[in-house]
Design a protein around this ligand. Sequence first.
Ligand code: NIG
Ligand code: FE
Length: 412
Amino acid sequence: MSLLIKNIKALAGIHPIDKLILKGSELNNLPTIENAFLLTVGDKIKSFGKMEEISAANIPNTPNEIDAKGKFVFPSFCDSHTHLVFAETRESEFVDKISGLSYEQIAAKGGGILNSAKKLSITSEEELVESALNRLQEVQSQGTGAIEIKSGYGLSIEAELKMLRVIRKLKTLSPLTIKSTFLGAHAVPFEYKNNRNEYIRIIIEEMMPRIADEGLADYCDVFCENGFYSPEETDKILQAGWKHNLKPKIHANQLAISGGVQAGVRNNAISVDHLENIGDKEIYILKKSNTIATMLPTAAFFLRLPYPPARRMIEENLSIALASDFNPGSSPSGRMSFVISLACIQMKMTPEEAINASTLNGAAAMELSNDFGSIAIGKRANLIITNEISSIANIPYFFGRDCINRVIVNGE
Ligand code: NIG
Ligand code: FE
């Protein structure tokens, strides 16, 4: 199947094929062709260029055609951090939060992650697949084309494996490209409150080998945070993960300067995610590493946490990515256009920086940027066609609205 998109007002996000990640000031460059066409064949981008050059392009006989007059086309969002598989929403905690309880206080009284784990343990694999698939379809319609999904609401061997099998099933049911992350160390289950070392032993000696045997995860995550897992415990878990080829991608510095960035970097994490609390030391350490700094502004928004200092991080030449953190406790939304709005409004990122951080750098945070996240010949035809808008800045400007006319996934 081939698809010809013609008369595109502007085709944006055209990076050289070998550009796999953007750092610092590079993020502000969103290369664009005005009055463009783009041709896909099968699930790949076959060619693109200015409308004047279309006759020189080798267009197949009867492609499907879309007239994109007045519209922008850019790569689909690559959402590199979600907890999209869960059993139930947690709006009662939302109300508790409005009444003044903090995220930590809710967690300490058995709410939060442990509450989600309780509900997940009594929910069947089929039910979890069904609800997660609905959420995946929702984020697909909002422009997400590749996504990472974590376990972490299981917290027992059976339930963690159940979650990871649900993610595996989703890979076969959804056209989206999905990466899977094992997050057994999301919280310490209530039964192990006074014996946390035993739970960590179970993660390392019982869960990881099973997960590796069944090929159920690409990455290993730890919620490295005061009240959850210490940096030393994080080291232990990540080192064990490496032995099973589960590369680290971790939660760090959401609630405090907790040593999470250091733990991630010294274990060669692909990314350290959250970073609401970050100081000079952490920025310096990230600067010297290949670890991507992923920010999740909708979680900061929902929990009323400070936003990460994105400007400073860009000035220090870090590789930054943006993701949704879609989950029932701190970000019950996977809408990437709102993530981008918050990045611009609250973190003073430019629209170009925010779009690059949610596309090419999001793909890099899932090790997918050789095939996703930019417009280049041979890359996956995952595209967003906007409504008729006047500039790319309309995407963050119309906050809460998607500005999306059509979403193309795998050329369809
Ligand atoms: O990224 N911080 C840890 N994990 C999630 C929240 C999980 C939950 O509250 O259910 C997060 O914010
Ligand atoms: Fe998270």
